[in-house]
Design a protein around this ligand. Structure first.
Ligand SMILES: [Zn+2]
Length: 265
């Protein structure tokens, strides 16, 4: 048995028995790991506070074969204000489900951890609209996970193009001219599924914003503005469609987030 140290973010908590918790933690050094937190539900200790979802902490763990057990934990950031409202909780829950789906043990992914911490901080601060945090996270996460789309120019002719369509599964954009050459009939496409292709019309400002979220320095990822509600919707739709289809997975927490948003709206 060895003692190891790392920093990590709790993305999932499962109560176990009367007193224990099983934490899923995205760590700096060991990737996504499962940590047994014995007694964490009864102890009047710092472990009680830090063994909550969304908490980022410094850990000292026992490591034995494939198992990690909590020895000590010191809270760094709880992102407390995420818990202030149900929409924030729902979005943070979705981001954490994405992380726990894509993360793997012994495969540390610092960019993904930083992106997630950055997004949780933004949610907690209340300074940014949730659609902007969500879409930026989705697009950047896709890029970090190896699904970087080529958004800067049309994949067929190389021109920048004003009106473009995102070919989701191929991760490229096609300009209207080339689209018209391909098929004469369907100009106004929101989403089209044919022979496994998913096409999503991209408005110019939404496309520029999507491009920005994957190319900018991480700490500036929310430093863009989209004022037109139609562009916002298009940005959100494209980012979500892109990530979900690249991962080929449906997230229950995303369905829940959408339920909450539609109730609040
Ligand atoms: Zn083209």
């Amino acid at each position: 048995m060895a003692l190891v140290q790392t920093k990590g973010l709790v993305v999932r908590v499962v109560n176990y028995g009367e007193r224990d918790r099983i934490l899923t933690v995205l760590t700096e050094d060991f990737g996504l790991i499962t940590v047994m937190a014995n007694g964490s539900r009864t102890l009047k200790s710092r472990a009680l506070i830090a063994a909550e979802q969304f908490c980022y902490s410094q850990y000292i763990l026992f490591h034995n074969k494939d198992k990690y057990t909590l020895r000590e934990v010191e809270l760094i950031e709880s992102f407390f204000d995420i818990r202030a409202d149900i929409e924030r909780m729902a979005l943070a829950g979705y981001l954490c489900e994405v992380v726990s789906h894509v993360g793997t043990e012994n495969n540390p992914d610092i960019p993904l951890l930083r992106l997630t911490l950055n997004a949780l901080y933004a949610i907690s601060s209340g300074k940014y609209p949730l659609w902007q945090i969500k879409g930026s996270f989705e697009m950047r996460a896709a890029a970090i996970l190896g699904f970087m789309p080529a958004l800067s120019s049309c994949a067929a002719c190389g021109e920048e193009g004003e009106d473009t369509v995102l070919d989701v599964m191929n991760g490229v954009v096609i300009c209207e001219k080339c689209r018209n050459l391909q098929s004469a009939n369907d100009v106004q496409i929101e989403e089209q599924r044919e022979s496994n292709s998913i096409l999503c019309l991209l408005r110019p400002a939404a496309r520029a914003a999507l491009y920005y979220t994957i190319e900018c320095p991480l700490e500036r990822i929310l430093s863009f503005r989209l004022d037109d509600p139609e562009e916002q919707k298009n940005f959100s739709y494209a980012a979500e469609t892109y990530l979900i289809n690249q991962l080929e997975f449906g997230f229950k927490t995303l369905d829940f987030y959408k339920t909450i948003i539609s109730i609040e709206a």
